[in-house]
Design a protein around this ligand. Structure first.
Ligand code: ADP
Ligand code: GLC
Length: 484
């Protein structure tokens, strides 16, 4: 039966993106809509979002927040080339500023509890305004998690009695933790029972409230669904996730193979290539080396990284000032590195400083979609030494471009990359377990030796990877089962 599904999120491409979440929300919505469902998206209208393709609705929403009603405008648009409606909450005070979560990636705004409470509370007001009550409220990450809580606590006793909620955890490391006083933004009047749902370790915790309240919980890979139930990866919420284990499952993300393909990616034109004819890949490599100021030399293996520069992604072991492995790797091996990213200041500074010392390391600090495509296509290897990785999209892009992922054995990386077998040449990449600088050093040694001594194996793995398909068609069907 055709379902009405509302995705509530803080990010969705092409409107706002800081990471994989934005891509996943829009792709999932599109594919569910292709299957005939009425899927819509709700998110904030951040200041940077261009309004020219959006229509402002005549009515405004009255959203109670703490002790007053916030009049909030609603812009309406669609995901490009689709009929998927997107509603964007417009509030000058809360969203009329630069930044999604903060002015810098490593600093949150002090009023984020209020900003994202507005999103969750606005969810129900929007549906009332549209006279459209969803069957499924699908909330993504901490920023939308309070909507699951509000449904359970209040709204299911009103128009939303038939609505069920799904919470997708894209990253347990971000929980939306605030001072307990801020709970009145989520719910103006709270009793002790409500407070016990909203509170964790003496603080207001948006994600915990969502985990307690959602009818079903998903995360973005099967391995991560198991990992978050352990003390090591549970970020304090493992007990609760174990308690809810029957309602928790992992569904792997897909990628859009019409965008992330070497056969027609405009960012690598005119050097398109495919699994059957891969010769042009080395021309893309030359373009990348030239643009990044590296010696243009196709014989030297080139390792790419595109990432948020945060602890989660393994930058401590890779480049922390006291003991990172990157310096010795670049000094000792005949290898080149290209790194694109932004994030923690210490990491940006350290990478800049290393690139000044090392002629084979090129670093671009910033966010650059075009360059990310060029790196995926032009590199020979793609490094993701993540401490944990709920799913990860970059290794999936890498496989599509015949770029061999070098990944830690965790989360979605473990579910999507097959380790190289030196005997047979089977596999799609290189996998390692422990994250220590000497381990990274040895993995890169293994990679460079394989490149120098076993080219047929490299070529075989490239082809293996390029044949893999992690499609949204498949994942969307799994989400539908959850909705059922
Ligand atoms: P996460 O969501 O944890 O950051 P993912 O691998 O799921 O990790 O998704 C990251 C997404 O963000 C990818 O699409 C990646 O290409 C993109 N990305 C990350 N940093 C940058 C950057 N500096 N410039 C361009 N794209 C980036
Ligand atoms: C998160 C995770 C990443 C995942 C993405 C999309 O940001 O860190 O692993 O791919 O969400 O689900």
């Amino acid at each position: 039966m055709k379902k009405k599904i509302l995705m509530v999120t803080s990010e969705a491409i092409p409107f706002a993106k800081t990471g994989g979440l934005a891509e996943v929300v829009s792709e999932l919505a599109i594919h569910l809509s292709d299957l005939g469902h009425d899927v819509r998206i709700l998110m904030p209208r951040y200041y940077h979002i261009d309004r020219s393709a959006l229509i402002k609705r005549d009515e405004a929403l009255g959203i109670w927040l703490k002790d007053k009603e916030e009049w909030t405008g609603v812009y309406e648009g669609v995901l490009p080339n689709t009929k998927v409606p997107v509603y964007l909450l417009d509030h000058e005070f809360y969203f009329g500023r630069d930044g999604i979560y903060g002015h810098r990636p490593d600093e949150g705004f002090v009023d984020n509890a209020a900003r994202f409470s507005l999103l969750s509370r606005g969810t129900f007001q929007l549906c009332r305004m549209l006279h459209w009550i969803p069957d499924v409220l699908h909330c993504h990450d901490w920023a939308a998690a309070p909507a699951c809580y509000l449904l359970k606590k209040e709204e299911q006793y009103k128009e939303f009695s038939e609505t069920r909620s799904v919470l997708t955890i894209h990253n347990l490391g971000y929980q939306g933790i605030f001072a307990m006083e801020d709970s009145s933004y989520v719910q103006p009047e709270t009793d002790w029972l409500s407070l016990s749902t909203l509170e964790f370790s003496g603080a207001l915790n948006f994600l915990k409230a969502g985990i307690m309240s959602a009818d079903r919980i998903t995360t973005v890979s099967p391995t991560y669904a198991n990992e978050i139930k352990t003390h090591e990866q549970g970020f304090g919420l493992d007990g609760l996730l174990n308690y809810r284990h029957e309602d928790l499952q992992g569904i792997l993300n897909g990628i859009d193979y019409s965008v992330w393909t070497p056969e027609s990616d405009p960012h690598i034109a005119p050097h398109f290539y495919s699994e059957k004819n891969i010769r042009n890949k080395s021309n893309v490599k030359k373009v990348l080396q030239k643009e990044m100021g590296l010696p243009v030399e196709t014989k030297i293996p080139l390792v790419g990284i595109v990432s948020r520069l945060v602890e989660q992604k393994g930058f401590g072991a890779l480049c922390s000032p006291s003991h990172g492995a990157l310096f010795s790797i670049c000094r000792d091996f005949n290898v080149q590195f290209v790194i694109l990213g932004s994030g923690d200041k210490w990491c940006e500074d350290e990478l800049r400083s290393l690139s000044e010392k090392l002629p084979n390391l090129a670093v671009h600090i910033g966010y650059d979609n075009r360059l990310s495509h060029l790196i995926e296509a032009g590199s020979d290897f793609f490094l993701m030494p993540s401490i944990y990785e709920p799913c990860g999209l970059n290794q999936l892009y890498s496989l599509s471009y015949g770029t061999l992922p070098i990944v830690r054995n965790t989360g979605g990386l473990a579910d999507t990359v097959e380790n190289y077998d030196q005997e047979t040449g089977n596999g799609t990449g290189f996998i390692f377990n422990d994250l220590y600088p000497d381990v990274l050093y040895n993995v890169l040694k293994w990679v460079v030796e394989t490149w120098e001594q076993r080219k047929p194996h490299i070529n075989k793995m490239r082809k293996n990877g390029m044949k893999k398909r992690f499609t949204w068609e498949k994942s969307a069907l799994e989400y539908l089962e959850v909705y059922e």
